[in-house]
Design a protein. Structure first.
Lengths: 412, 126
């Protein structure tokens, strides 16, 4: 095993907090390297979910009895802590089902009202389908155009190209990933926001891959909309977050209509509840919000700077180790977040993932919901190893050992 | 020896039979697997109501490429009507390897495309 001379094992050792990582398959441990798809959950999150249903379950915002008060306090308390964790305000932190729903909320409640003929939405070639398709639908409905920034051979966006697009004067919204789920590229989102705002465009940032692994301050980034999903950040599935800018959210119509999002309902018309509840129709994902609150408490207790440093060191270690495996080609920039997409000459990514699974190594293979980017890279698919705070060098060593065995099966 | 990646599967993957394009051709189809992005195109030349010649092209995993190679050898010479009625079990039996639920579409993409070229209808074989 090639060990870079500079690599030192980080001191973060939290595997014991994640019950699933103690599971063995055929007497051998699980090597989970797919946190970019979804993270594993610490005991604290499982307990928060269980405690909620076991001791506090009631519907929120409605009833006066004690259980309902407790449930409401747990739900709204989670919102407060989640807002603070990301540098946002409580009343502009809106719960959605996931990041996809948060983007669709903006596409329906903002874009379809604000876009018209002659307007444009600017996306990038490295977006996840969730930050492409809603804009295809919205621009089509509004008669607006959809343009994109290209990705360089190094896996980067060009701020000069951004400026050139903005200079055309028609861009109303820029939608961009904070961290690419394929390349690992960390985009300069604060810089992008500043340039877009100067040109009169709003910005939506998809932070799904950023919030779980690095300090994120939505106030400092300044985006009009910053979305992320809970299940990639140690939380449960079924909960996402939209941090919006207050004046934009105030100006928008609601997304879904129903209970809880209204102030007053007549049979012919209604008025809307205040932020954030204006955008939360129907009974909310209460347990999921409580679970996500426990997840960010857990992350905050470790410290996002420390998690980033741990994953950064681990990613460097893995880049060096994977790069030394014969036939492996890594895509994306050198400086990156905690994920590595790669291909191997003579082996399709699906076959790589199938064969390393024989050693309980869990990696993703496919187009990663980023088909335009796959075409840009000239590959049909890639294999991807992505890290969580619980991963360590032994996981990377297991992957590399397993890749060697996979190559042998293919006679490489 | 590996259960899935048997020698004959890897042999077909590395040196596929009937790989490429066929010009001129009478029938064609292009199908993809939305789960993984794999693509497979088929060109068929027809003679006397039969598949006179066939070529496939595109990119995919060892299972999908080997499956296309193996199926192509069987299809050449077959009546068009007979190809249209081939089902998933025909190809899975031909492959003779344990195909899990997650790899089923890899194995069946080739038959999907080959049937589509003949029937004009690209449903997944069942």
């Amino acid at each position: 095993m090639a060990t870079p001379a500079t690599a030192t094992e980080s001191t973060l050792d939290i595997r014991g907090d994640f019950p699933i990582l103690a599971r063995e398959i055929d007497g051998r441990p699980i090597v989970y390297l797919d946190s970019g798809a979804t993270s594993q959950k610490p005991e604290a999150v499982l307990k928060a979910l269980d405690d909620y249903y076991r001791f506090h379950n009631a519907n929120i915002h409605r009833s006066v009895y004690l259980l309902a008060q407790e449930a409401t306090e747990l739900f709204e308390g989670a919102r407060e802590r989640i807002a603070a964790f990301c540098g946002g305000e409580t009343r502009t932190t809106i719960f959605t089902r996931n990041a996809t729903e948060a983007i669709n909320l903006v596409a329906y409640a903002w874009a379809r009202r604000e876009l018209g003929r002659g307007d444009a939405v600017l996306i990038t070639e490295m977006e996840h389908h969730s930050n492409i398709v809603p804009w295809q639908l919205a621009t089509e409905d509004a008669g607006a155009s959809l343009r994109h920034l290209r990705v360089s051979d190094d896996g980067l966006l060009s701020l000069e190209e951004l400026d050139a697009e903005l200079a055309k004067g028609d861009v109303k919204l820029v939608a961009v990933a904070h961290v690419s789920n394929v390349l690992g590229t960390i985009n300069p989102v604060a810089e992008i926001v500043e340039r877009a705002h100067r040109a009169g465009a709003l910005v939506l940032v998809d932070g799904s891959q950023a919030v779980p692994q690095m300090p994120v301050d939505v106030g400092q980034i300044g985006a009009d909309f910053y979305v992320w999903t809970g299940h990639k950040a140690l939380g449960p599935t079924g909960i996402g977050v939209l941090h919006g800018r207050a004046e934009v959210l105030e100006s928008m119509r609601p997304f879904l209509g129903g209970g809880d999002m209204i102030a007053h309902v007549d049979i012919e018309r209604s008025t809307w509840n205040e932020l954030p509840w204006k955008f939360e129709a129907g009974t909310s994902m209460i347990a999921e919000a409580v679970g996500l609150g426990a997840a960010i408490d857990y992350l905050a207790a470790i410290g996002m700077e420390r998690i980033r440093a741990h994953e950064h060191a681990l990613t460097d270690y893995a880049m060096a180790g994977l790069g030394a495996v014969e036939g492996v080609k890594i895509v994306g920039p050198t400086e990156r977040a905690g994920l590595i997409s790669f291909v191997i000459d003579g082996m399709h990514p699906h076959d790589i993932a199938e064969l390393v699974n024989r050693d309980n190594v869990c990696i993703r293979a496919g187009h990663h919901c980023a088909q335009p980017l796959m075409r840009r890279l000239g590959v049909g698919a890639t294999a991807r190893a992505s890290f969580g705070p619980y991963n360590n060098q032994a996981d990377v060593d297991a992957l590399i050992g397993s890749l060697g065995r996979a190559r042998e099966v293919f006679g490489l | 020896m590996d259960d899935l990646y048997r020698d004959f599967i890897l042999e077909h993957y590395k040196r596929p039979k009937n790989f490429g394009e066929l010009e001129p051709h009478d029938l064609e189809a292009h199908e993809h697997n939305p789960l993984c992005g794999d693509e497979l195109g088929v060109h068929i030349r027809v003679g006397d109501g039969k598949v006179e010649d066939l070529r496939f092209h595109g990119h995919g995993c060892a299972i999908s490429q080997a499956s296309a190679s193996i199926a192509s050898e069987e299809l050449i010479g077959m009546e068009l009507d007979a190809v249209a009625s081939l089902d998933a079990d025909w190809l899975l039996d031909l492959l003779g390897i344990p195909i899990s639920a997650t790899r089923r579409k890899c194995a069946l993409l080739s038959l999907k495309a080959m049937r589509a070229a003949i029937t004009g209808e690209g449903s997944w074989p069942v």
